[in-house]
Structures are given as structure tokens and as C-alpha cells.
Design a protein around this ligand. Structure first.
Ligand code: NCD
Length: 303
């Protein structure tokens, strides 16, 4: 039985197979409409979510399966003091597969170690968010035709943004990737990630001004400042509007530079950018459903 905690849990070859499957699902959805008949997905969300939870639920419904779960810790037995390891033992009796989001780093891993069904990490604190990374990679592969040899700018909250940590890990396995990290001093990538990039001789630079690097990017991954992970509101207020991608900045970008964002957006991309054909963050949401369908099939051994 396999779980997904980190995008590195799958080899590059396994990811290729997963993306091929997602691409086939996109082309022939009817072929997959009954693959999960009789199967249940449990979504155990101890932290708010719109996209990720509903994307998982849509993925399972598209496969002909059904869904159970809870969407905030207050309505689950966690509010009575139940441990994650007990909850997953219970959920294992009800469902065939579980997607779990938790504010504590490592909680889905604890669940996986006590589970008799596959567990998918749907985001654990400021740590990892592997299915967002699968979504990001499928989007890039589908729209750029490759996952190697490009310069990617990652902008915003690189310290607390779990989607950033997962994406950097995953992309560091492909050749010819050049990272440009764009953040205020206080929100730079964590030290462990910088050391990992050094150890693997990967090309990266860290800058503060988006305008200075815009023209050399093939991809720009914007992120929101993660309010819920700040220790004080003042720092959040000071940093929240540090970057606002608008038409003027888009004018500096390459004609084929794609703009990605895991969403939710707050202020960091002005709505006037939405009409630009290079803005693909809403297409990304659709790719998220295909890749989660492919993931459910793979972990249930139904692919
Ligand atoms: C991300 C998350 O939850 O980390 N959202 C998502 O799953 N699409 C990004 C964010 O909340 O900023």
C-alpha cells in the first residue's frame, strides 16, 4: 500500500506515468467514469480549503466513487481530543482512501503510519502540499510541453508557502531548471531548502524586486502571504502587499511566460491580469482535478 506525503515519494518515471494517465483522463473522461464504483474517499480537513477539498471530491465523483468527510476540525472528534492516529483507524473502517489536511507539520504522516488505507497529504502546515505540486507540474507539462530547461520565478511568501517547498523539491529533479526566488528579506526560502539546492549544485538566485527579473522568466509562480502562519498581525500587514503583479509588470514579461498561482489569490495579482492569455491560474484548477483522478486510480491500484 502506498501513501503520498511528499512529491518525492514518486520517482520521475512514476510521475511521468501519472501525468500520462491524467492527460488521457482529460481526453477521454468517459473511459474513467465508473473506475471507482463502490469506492469511497474520505476528506479529513482540519484546516480551511476550497480548491483542494472540492477538487478531491470532484475527482472521486468523476470516477464514479463517493465521498465522506469533514471540512473543519470543530465538527470532528478532534474537538473532543481524539488523536489523528485514532481518527485514521476509524476512517480506515469506512473509506478506501483518505485525503488529509492538517495545520501541524507531519500529521498526515502520523496518520499514514496507523492507516490500513492509502493516505494523501493534502497540505500539512507550512511543510508540504504534494497534490498542488502534481497540479503545477501537470499544468506546466501540458502548456509548455516539457518539465525541464526553463527559468522559473517563484514570488511571494517563500518561507511559509508549502506549495513553494513542494514545488522546489519536485522541480529540482529535472535538468536545466533555473530558480529565481523573489521575496522580501523576511520571507526567503527556508535554510534547509537553500542548502539542498547548494548540495545538488542547482542554479538559483534570490532577489527582492520582481521588475528586475521579469524579462528572463519562462514561468512565474505567484503566491499569497500566508497570514495564518505569522506570529503577529503587524508583520503580515507590512508584507501582504509587497508584490502586486499588474499590467505594467506583465509588459516586461516574455510573450510566452506563464503565470501560475496555487490560489487563493488575495492582492498579489491584480484582476486586470486575468484576461492576459499568459495567466493560467484558473486552468491550473482544472488540471488539479485530472491529476487527483490519476492519483486516486494509482493509489487504489486501479490505473
Ligand atoms: C494553497 C495551500 O493551501 O497551501 N492553496 C491550495 O491548496 N490551492 C496555497 C495557499 O493557501 O496560499
Amino acid at each position: 500500500m502506498r501513501h503520498l506525503m511528499n512529491p518525492m515519494d514518486f520517482s520521475v518515471e512514476e510521475l511521468d506515468r501519472l501525468f500520462d494517465l491524467a492527460a488521457d483522463i482529460e481526453k477521454n473522461p468517459e473511459k474513467y467514469a465508473h473506475k471507482c464504483t463502490g469506492k469511497k474517499l474520505a476528506t479529513c480537513f482540519y484546516e480551511p480549503s476550497t480548491r483542494t477539498r472540492l477538487s478531491f471530491e470532484t475527482a472521486m465523483l468523476n470516477l464514479g466513487g463517493s465521498v465522506i468527510g469533514f471540512s473543519d476540525a470543530g465538527s470532528s472528534s478532534a474537538s473532543k481530543g481524539e488523536s489523528v492516529s485514532d481518527t485514521i483507524r476509524v476512517i480506515s473502517c469506512f473509506a478506501d482512501i483518505c485525503a488529509m489536511r492538517h495545520p501541524k507539520e507531519g500529521a498526515p504522516m502520523v496518520a499514514a503510519s496507523h492507516s490500513t488505507i492509502p493516505v494523501i497529504n493534502a497540505g500539512d502546515g507550512g511543510h508540504q502540499h504534494p497534490t498542488q505540486t502534481l497540479t503545477d507540474l501537470l499544468t506546466i507539462r501540458s502548456l509548455k510541453g516539457r518539465l525541464d530547461n526553463f527559468t522559473i520565478g517563484i514570488c511571494g511568501d517563500l518561507k511559509f508557502g508549502r506549495t513553494v517547498h513542494s514545488l522546489v523539491n519536485a522541480l529540482s529533479r529535472y535538468s536545466g531548471i533555473r530558480f529565481v526566488f523573489i521575496s522580501p528579506e523576511e520571507l526567503r526560502i527556508p535554510g534547509y531548502l537553500r542548502e539542498k539546492l547548494w548540495d545538488n549544485a542547482l542554479t538559483f538566485e534570490e532577489v527582492i524586486r520582481l521588475e528586475d527579473v521579469m524579462g528572463k522568466l519562462d514561468l512565474l509562480y505567484m503566491t499569497r502571504v500566508q497570514r495564518e502562519r505569522f506570529f503577529n498581525e503587524e508583520d503580515y500587514v507590512r508584507l501582504k502587499d509587497f508584490y502586486i503583479l499588474n499590467k505594467d509588470k506583465m509588459a516586461l514579461a516574455k510573450p510566452d511566460c506563464l503565470i501560475l498561482h496555487p490560489l487563493p489569490r488575495v492582492n498579489e495579482i491584480s484582476v486586470e491580469v486575468d484576461k492576459d492569455p499568459r495567466a493560467v491560474y484558473f486552468k491550473q484548477v482544472q488540471y488539479g482535478v485530472y491529476v487527483r483522478m490519476a492519483l486516486i486510480l494509482t493509489l487504489l491500484d486501479l490505473a
